[in-house]
Write a protein that binds this ligand. Sequence first.
Ligand code: SF4
Length: 184
Amino acid sequence: METVGLAERLYNTYPHELDGGRRQRIGIARALALNPKFIVCDEPVSALDVSIQAQILNLMQDLQEELGLTYMFITHDLSVVKHISDNIAVMYLGQVVELASSKELFKNPLHPYTKALLSAIPVPSIKHKRERILLKGEITSPINPPEGCRFAKRCWMAQDRCFKETPELKNIGNEHHVACHLVK
Ligand code: SF4
């Protein structure tokens, strides 16, 4: 509890007596109790409000440095992704469609799905507006997906080939991997 910043007076409290941020600290403490090197964090801050999110993310980064941890951080929140990640894998319907360092991915997104995701990040400026890519079309069923690219039904760049051949995840240089027929 000390490691995750919980006061001694809280030792005997019940979960319902703690707020969301403190309960999340308990979750982190439970994960750390086994002295792991690798922790899978599945949406660890999505239920928290923004100020508490920042506290928990800062705590996780401090612990990472102190204990030499590796996190696999699963989230749909791209601002959080940008803040915490060294490397990013973008997934669509259970498949990795783009994999790169955080810096590279935000500077040079290549897969159409990644471009659409990044276009949805709000810009904190009234002078600069980012053009939003709105995805239309039907979401392919993940239960029995057909041949071809799983994103094809929603992709504005799709060609005939995309509906027949599944694109492989290829290294296009600089450890930037993309699964799209149009990216060379
Ligand atoms: S392979 Fe085709 S459908 Fe899939 S992302 Fe690339 S262009 Fe779009």
